[in-house]
Design a protein around this ligand. Structure first.
Ligand code: AKG
Ligand code: FE2
Length: 268
């Protein structure tokens, strides 16, 4: 795993709200992580959240054909946990966001199956159980991601404009519907990010992004993990937390339970 940054990369991330980060994993690491992701998913049936998380099931809606989405594989795979909760990665996340410590919010595998639907433009953080302008996601290509099979598309600088207004990705399948919420975004050229297997990107939780349809017969396999600054507070929204833990929370409680949101890095 390669996890070091130049100051130019940090500046670019903070300006654009995303950063293409090539060669994060070498090919043997890609193989190890991909095997672990696919093995973990194969134990889950139609359940979307592993372990004790919320009981969300895959159905047969348009959204279910955007990608095979499986969440919190770290709870059932030591290999996934070792990669996505690596201390060096945590330090890099803190450097990009300029915060002292990061916890996991959730990890997610996103497999665009052959001929899968597009991932509608959206913001991530407004779906989650905390609000922060410093949440960050790593997206790792475990197979090549191309314009033909649905690579990512980001709107540079959108994280500076966005509030917590969003579109409902499960219901609103109009690819550009987010532009009606934030008309200013329509004037910005998007950044498309094709990747080789092992490449990655980082994006802020308020950066507008989506992905195209998969116009190939192969799967586009990506593994991602979203992180929240240590000290982030519960905002009252359910997303993927275990139901009994969710019910025990009051708005304003700090999400610092290591069984749900493990600390990845804290500056000494
Ligand atoms: O992989 C995709 O199609 C979507 C990824 C995404 O929305 C994310 O990583 O936040
Ligand atoms: Fe997203």
């Amino acid at each position: 795993m390669h996890a070091s940054l130049t100051s130019e990369q940090i500046d670019r991330y903070r300006r654009d709200g995303f950063l293409y980060y090539p060669n994060f994993l070498d090919q043997s690491e890609v193989a190890e992580l991909k095997d672990a992701v696919l093995a973990a998913i194969s134990t889950m049936g139609k359940r979307k959240v592993a372990g004790d998380g919320a009981n969300l099931m895959e159905g047969d809606s348009h959204y279910d054909r955007v990608f095979t989405q499986r969440i919190n594989l770290w709870k059932i795979s030591d290999t996934v946990r070792r990669y996505l909760q690596a201390r060096d990665l945590g330090r890099l996340l803190c450097e990009l966001e300029g915060v002292p410590a990061m916890r996991v919010w959730h990890d997610q595998a996103f497999i665009k199956e052959p001929y899968a639907n597009a991932t509608t433009l959206h913001l991530d953080d407004p779906y989650w159980s905390f609000y922060s302008r410093h949440a960050i996601t790593i997206w790792i290509a475990l197979e090549e991601a191309t314009i033909a099979n649905g690579c990512l598309c980001f709107i540079p600088g959108s994280h500076q404009i966005a509030t917590y207004d969003n579109i409902n990705i499960g219901r609103n399948m109009d690819f550009g519907a987010l532009m009606q919420v934030y008309p200013q975004l329509a004037a910005i050229d998007p950044g498309l990010v094709p990747m080789k297997a092992g490449d990655s990107s980082f994006h802020n939780g308020l950066t507008a992004h989506g992905a195209g349809v998969n116009m190939t017969r192969q799967r586009r396999i990506a593994m991602t993990c979203a992180y929240m600054p240590d000290g982030s507070a519960f905002n009252g929204q359910q997303n993927i937390l275990p139901d009994d833990y969710f019910r025990s929370l009051a708005i304003g409680d700090i999400l610092n339970d290591g069984q749900q949101n493990p600390l990845v890095y804290a500056k000494e």
